[in-house]
Design a protein around this ligand. Structure first.
Ligand code: DQA
Length: 136
């Protein structure tokens, strides 16, 4: 499962100097072509509770979750707790290098609950997270 949080539905249009000009839909097609042997699914929500529901829904049966929680990364104890509550390993992903940005982005409340974190490689952060899950 590739799961995206708030504002990531606007990838391709949102601050392209930071997040690039590819939409997630197009990038997801490229991921599916790259990993034909992996059953990939994509889901996005702007709503914290829906992200938590999705983690609960897939988190006991799927092999891995690649999760960009967007700004909830820096604020959500509830998402931290949801990741802790499930069995499926979660890799935290960021498109940008959050440590080169505002200080409020330097704190992640979810990293401690995740198997690992990948960020700063543009959209290819998602690909690298899949690679990481495949090696677990
Ligand atoms: C982000 C970084 C977050 O700080 C920001 O709120 C996002 C995207 C990234 O992918 O670089 O929405 O998670």
């Amino acid at each position: 499962m590739v799961l995206n949080g708030p504002n990531l539905n606007l990838l391709g249009r949102r601050e392209p100097d930071i997040y690039g000009s590819s939409s997630m839909e197009n990038y997801f097609l490229a991921l599916q072509e790259r990993y034909p042997e992996v059953e990939l699914e994509y889901c996005q929500s702007n709503i914290e509770g829906e992200l938590i529901d999705k983690l609960h829904e897939v988190g006991f049966t799927y092999d891995g979750i690649v999760f960009n929680a967007g700004a909830y990364t820096h604020t959500s104890v509830a998402i931290h707790d949801a990741i802790k509550a499930i069995d499926t390993p979660v890799v935290e992903v960021h498109i940008s290098n959050v440590y080169q940005r505002e200080t409020y982005r330097h704190t992640s409340l979810i990293t401690g609950a995740c198997a690992g974190v990948i960020g700063g490689f543009g959209m290819n952060s998602y690909l690298l997270a899949i690679e990481a899950l495949l090696t677990l």
